[in-house]
Design a protein around this ligand. Structure first.
Ligand SMILES: *Cc1c(COP(=O)(O)O)cnc(C)c1O
Length: 359
């Protein structure tokens, strides 16, 4: 079938973002590709990123993502960022997946061929060993010959006030000083853009920024381009007369003759229903309002005065005019949630570098 909604994935944008972030962070990248690469499609993103010299490896959130990635055989390390169940450890270690470790019990449960990254909780209070316990865990891992890395995660690095992030960093450094040399990493996207190079930390883990969305106040720190364009075809064009309403609840009422295009994306495709009443889309390069409630599979757009036919593309977001940041603001949410909400039926279509480079 012809795709209705598609997510174009710009390989040039992704590659450029990786280069810019590695340069800004003075580090190689452990690229987070969790949640289907922030909705962009795990396989397409990982294949492009694996060829990038600044990419050390990949970070995933759940064991199944690690298994899927390992099966692609891209030859780059994969780190699981959350604790596996005990019965998953053997298979993950056999696949070469790097495992997070936060206790002596977890350290002792690893098979001898495993590779571990010590997870230190410096203040996020989500996962990891507290700094006072982390050193003993790290030394046990080193003793067992399985210690490859150590990491922590910032709670506030994407906010303007960096005082707590600095505090977390110094807690992490005190742990590192007590360990043999390891691949250390801490910075998420906000951390990379705020701090720049962190001496002694060889890796960085920028996620959302790698997909083109830095925190708003850090936009000028690196040249980043949104990687995904979400678009769908017009399925129907019709006239609506003054006084008539459009969509569920009759929220929008025409005050003049209006040409309405029905478009094939809705909230099941990831176009947030919460953006109803504020959303705009791009039709033939022009911003046009979405009329009335956003439906599950469709939405309606005011195309009065434009030459629009069924089969034409309408853009929900992309790199140019309307971005995921706009859509997230209209929907009362964040870019992370909009991108990871792109529906399973939206076809991810990689746009090879040569095509975008040529314009
Ligand atoms: C998701 C995640 C990241 C990436 O965070 P961004 O805010 O997207 O840059 C980094 N590290 C860990 C442990 C994560 O879970």
């Amino acid at each position: 079938m012809l795709p209705r909604a598609q997510a174009l994935i710009s390989e040039a944008a992704l590659t450029g973002n990786l280069t810019a972030l590695a340069r800004r962070g003075g580090a190689r990248l452990l690229l987070p590709v969790k949640a289907d690469a922030y909705g962009h499609g795990l396989e397409a993103v990982a294949r492009v990123a694996a060829r990038h010299p600044d990419v050390w490896g990949f970070g995933v959130a759940v064991p199944q993502e690690a298994v899927t990635l390992a099966a692609l055989g891209l030859g780059k390390p994969v780190l699981l960022l959350t604790p596996p169940a005990l019965e998953e450890v053997g298979l993950l270690a056999d696949l070469g997946v790097r495992l997070p470790v936060a206790s002596l019990a977890e350290a002792d449960a690893l098979p001898p061929h495993a590779r571990a990254h010590l997870k230190v909780d410096t203040g996020m209070n989500r996962l990891g060993a507290r700094p006072d316990e982390a050193v003993a865990v790290g030394l046990r891992l080193a003793e067992r010959g399985v210690l490859e890395g150590a990491y922590t995660h910032f709670a506030t690095a994407d906010e303007p006030d960096l005082s707590f992030a600095h505090e977390q960093l110094s807690r992490f450094r005190r742990v590192l000083e007590a360990l043999p040399p390891v691949l250390a990493h801490a910075a998420n996207g906000g951390g990379v853009l705020s701090f720049g190079p962190l001496p002694g930390l060889a890796l960085a883990r920028p996620g959302l920024a790698a997909y083109g969305y830095p925190p708003a106040h850090l936009r000028d720190r690196a040249r980043l381009t949104p990687v995904m364009t979400l678009r769908a075809r017009v399925t129907h064009v019709h006239a609506v007369h003054p006084g008539e309403t459009v969509s569920y609840g009759g929220l929008w009422r025409a005050t003049r003759e209006t040409t309405v295009a029905t478009v094939g994306f809705g909230y099941a495709d990831g176009y947030p229903r919460g953006a109803t009443g504020r959303a705009q889309v791009l039709v033939a390069g022009e911003r046009r309002p979405v009329l009335g409630r956003i439906c599950m599979d469709q939405c309606m757009v005011d195309v009065t005065g434009l030459e629009v036919r069924p089969g034409d593309w309408v853009e929900a977001w992309g790199a140019d005019e309307i971005t995921v940041s706009d859509v997230a603001a209209w929907g009362g949410t964040v870019e992370y949630e909009v991108l990871t909400g792109v529906g399973a039926r939206v076809k991810r279509v990689p746009v090879p570098e040569e095509v975008t480079a040529g314009g």
